[in-house]
Design a protein around this ligand. Structure first.
Ligand code: IVH
Length: 456
């Protein structure tokens, strides 16, 4: 197609697939002025703050009855402004300081879901489309898997990956990145009949070929707004993209106009943020725990930190490769991530804050419980204690497993009791459970006669 277009330049169109593969690298990005400034949003962190926002809105509008709000997921990506003239993509710019941004048109052209030409005949003469460019979680994982196998640096999260991909000076690199767009509003426009509502604008954007988030809803009461927040909070972990909250926008555009702006944020919208999923804290120690199959798992002991809605003091470091990759020291400031029900993890070390007395974390060569050599089996990522049932840790876990609900379901034989029995040398294997001595069991710490009899 490229060859044909060179031969017959008149046949070359702006929406040709040849326009999507990237062009030769540039040395810098030009600064461009947005036709209409890109605003930011005020934040609310509770239902009360949303209620307060709604009260201010109705007070300004002098209204007793409920205001209708458009509710949208707040995507955690990079804001973009796309300028279309006569239906053709002319320029794409980052938010920058809101007034001017960087011209990243060559990069944005490579994103398949962004129309190079608006669909239909009924298109505005000039149109700024605003939206969020993001990377799907699946795309992010795949990109990092590939980077890992090449031994390249990994991206910390999909947002950084999206922003980094958009800032490539070589658009052929951007073209290989799994980027996507959801359009969420318009900026300056000319030559079309503006709809009455924000959701009407979204419908028009959809008609012209823009991806619009399918989870947008209209709420006709404050109760509906709260329900929407709860629904999205629940759906969050199952979405294929990161969101950091939701946005409520007064749906009626005339009302939006009457409300206007204060400094750089509209009075007609507010972001209801989720609790942060990433926070920084200090790594106090690393414990190496030995599991039932001998797997040695490093567990980070943290200065307790409130993240993802709970206080976290332990995080997984996964395995030896992860420790090597992070290059983490005890004493380091680390970024902890807790998303949904997933075990908290350390995603990054802030090496700039490393104290002088920090100590490098070294994976043990011998089992911390029995002293047997720790080995890697084949190409597995896990390191295992080679002690087998000689290792008290493996023995304890094996007996706990044997006694657990889905196995022998031995009532009254909990984890704590197994640990005591093994530590006191009363049992060495599951066989010994069946020869336990009543007096010995009663002699254990906090063991009532009745519980001992029940167990036996
Ligand atoms: S509306 C005037 N809607 O959040 C309103 N913003 O500080 C301007 N964002 O960087 C933004 N999802 O890129 C709006 N559904 C959404 C959004 C959204 C994400 C980002 C936006 C901006 C920030 C607002």
């Amino acid at each position: 197609l490229q060859t044909l277009e060179e031969q017959f330049p008149a046949l070359k169109t702006t929406e040709s697939p040849t326009q999507r593969v990237g062009t030769s690298p540039v040395s810098h990005f030009d600064e461009v002025e947005h036709l209409q400034p890109m605003l930011s949003l005020d934040n609310a962190f509770s239902d009360d703050e949303v209620q307060e926002f709604d009260r201010r809105v109705r007070e300004r509008l002098n209204r007793k009855d409920a205001v209708t709000y458009a509710c949208e997921p707040k995507l955690d990506g990079a804001a973009i402004s796309l300028l279309y003239r006569d239906g053709k993509l002319e320029r794409a710019a980052t938010r920058g300081d809101g007034r001017t941004g960087e011209d990243i048109t060559a990069n944005v052209r490579t994103i398949a879901s962004i129309p190079l030409k608006l669909q239909g005949d009924d298109v505005p003469a000039v149109l700024e489309v605003r939206g969020e460019i993001f990377m799907s979680r699946a795309g992010f994982e795949q990109m990092n898997d590939e980077a890992r196998s090449r031994g390249d640096k990994l991206f910390v999260n999909p947002r950084n990956a999206a922003a980094g991909s958009l800032r490539q000076l070589d658009s052929r690199i951007t073209a290989t990145r799994p980027l996507a767009l959801y359009a969420y509003s318009t900026g300056y426009s000319e030559g079309w009949a503006l709809p009455d509502t924000h959701t009407g604008v979204l419908a028009a954007l959809k008609k012209w070929g823009f991806p619009v988030n399918p989870l947008v809803r209209v709420a006709s009461s404050l109760e509906d707004c709260y329900t929407y927040y709860a629904d999205i909070a629940e759906a969050r972990d199952n979405l294929d993209y990161d969101i950091d909250g939701i946005v409520y926008k007064v749906d009626d555009l005339i009302l939006q106009d009457r409300l206007g702006y204060v400094s750089r944020a509209p009075r007609w919208a507010i972001a209801r943020k989720f609790p942060a999923q990433e926070m920084s804290t200090r790594l106090l120690a690393v414990e190496f725990q030995v599991g039932r199959t001998g797997a040695v798992t490093p567990v980070a002991k943290l200065d307790p930190v409130f993240v993802g809605g709970v206080t976290v003091s332990n995080a997984t470091l996964h395995n030896k490769d992860e420790i090597d990759r992070l290059g983490v020291h005890v004493g380091d400031t680390v970024i902890v991530r807790r998303a949904g029900d997933v075990i908290p993890q350390i995603v990054k070390v802030v090496t700039e804050n490393r104290p002088d007395d920090s100590v490098e974390v070294v994976f043990p060569e011998h089992c911390p419980v029995c002293g047997s050599p720790v080995e890697r089996v084949g190409t597995e990522a896990v390191m295992r204690c080679s002690g087998g049932l000689v290792c008290a840790a493996q023995r304890k876990e094996a007996i706990k497993h044997f006694a657990s609900r889905k196995a022998m379901d031995i009532e009254g034989l909990g984890d704590k009791l197994v640990e005591q029995l093994v530590d006191q040398g009363l049992i060495r294997s599951v066989v010994d459970l069946y020869a336990l001595d009543r007096d010995e069991v009663i002699g254990l710490e906090r063991m009532a006669e009745k519980s001992a009899d029940n167990l036996l």
